[in-house]
Design a protein around this ligand. Structure first.
Ligand code: PHE
Length: 339
């Protein structure tokens, strides 16, 4: 019996040295270790082994099984390694990989993030309001009379209910003051605004604005100028010139339009209109007091400044984009430049 085991082992080891593929490996396993394999056949002979030898023969049987198992395992590993190295045939693994396109943020998002982070440093918090507005929040409370051209159906999208798509984010001023618990109040309101504008290189009927409002006991024009100068210097560089030009808005008095002039390489720099602003008209505070039913925003106690600007315009100036429509067309060739 022991001789038979020795013979089986040496036959198996020789056999297993030249296993060409996985199929041969499996049949070798079945041949030696399978239920009807050679080892099982010998094990059946254990019955006839004299009792005093059973232990050592049994031990030998186990040793032979382990040896064959180990060799089968080694052969399997070798086959796998050979297959792996084959898998790289014809492939130059030293070539640099193809970079996957990772996408990026839209220029409007980029400029908004930047604008918001500058204003947050100055203590402004982001406020929100609905895009479908009441006439009260969009016009009346902002001291905009019934016959003001902005309220015209040619300029504003109205619903049959009398509600409208907000024409500016200034409505968020009113909503925030209506629910404010205390002053001072410093908010910025970024968001969509809608006007029945003819679409061209500088106008869209749906665009984005960034409005700011600061209300406290002694807010002055100096605060307004300092804040906005700092803001535009952060956004467009310290060399940017800023000019406040008298203007009219129903909700601010005095009111200004802000023009900026950027350093332009090689070109004659020109003034570009960028924002509207002013000192909050007392009539706006009065409307808020009436709506709230208290005196937190009593115009005898508080003053404030407000400003508003188009985000698209900021992006266009920042990156020299000549047509506003590029910002909504989602042309990958355009967007890629910002990724
Ligand atoms: N709401 C004005 C606009 O849409 C901008 C503005 C905001 C002007 C706040 C003054 C104060 O043009």
């Amino acid at each position: 019996m022991e001789t038979a085991l020795d013979q089986l082992l040496s036959a198996a080891l020789t056999d297993l040295e030249t296993i060409p593929d996985a199929k041969a490996l499996e049949s070798a396993r079945v041949k030696y270790l399978g239920k009807k394999g050679s080892l099982a056949a010998l094990a059946a002979g254990m019955r006839d082994v004299p009792a005093d030898q059973k232990k050592s023969v049994g031990q030998k049987l186990n040793d032979v099984r382990s040896a064959i198992t180990a060799r089968l395992e080694a052969a399997r590993t070798n086959l796998q390694a050979a297959a792996d190295s084959h898998a790289l045939d014809g492939i130059d693994s030293s070539l640099p990989g193809r970079t996957a396109f990772t996408g990026g943020l839209h220029p409007l998002t980029l400029i908004l993030d930047e604008a918001v982070s500058v204003l947050r440093r100055l203590g402004f918090a982001v406020a929100e309001g609905p895009e479908i507005e009441t006439e009260f929040h969009c016009f009346d409370a902002l001291n905009t009379p019934e016959d003001h051209p902005a309220r015209n159906e040619k300029d504003t999208f109205y619903f049959e209910t009398g509600e409208l798509l907000r024409t500016h984010t200034s409505s968020v001023q009113i909503r925030t003051m209506e629910t404010a618990e205390d002053t001072p109040l410093r908010i910025i309101a970024p968001g969509s605004a809608f006007r029945r504008d003819e679409i061209d290189a500088t106008h869209l009927s749906s665009f984005n604005q960034l409005e700011g409002l600061y209300v406290d006991e002694k807010v002055t024009l100096a605060d307004l100028k300092g804040t906005l100068e700092y803001f535009f210097h952060c956004l467009f560089g310290k060399a940017t010139e800023i000019r406040f030009r008298p203007h009219f808005f129903p909700f601010t008095e005095p009111s200004y339009e802000i023009d900026i002039r950027l350093e332009a390489k090689g070109k004659q720099p020109k003034w570009i209109e960028i924002a509207g602003c002013g000192i909050v008209d007392p009539a706006v505070f009065e409307a808020v007091c009436q709506s709230r039913g208290d005196h937190l925003f009593d115009p005898e106690r508080v003053t404030g400044f407000a400003f508003g600007m188009g985000l698209e315009r900021l992006a266009m100036i920042r990156w020299g984009i000549s047509d506003i429509r590029l910002l909504i067309e989602n042309d990958i060739r355009f967007l890629k430049q910002f990724a």
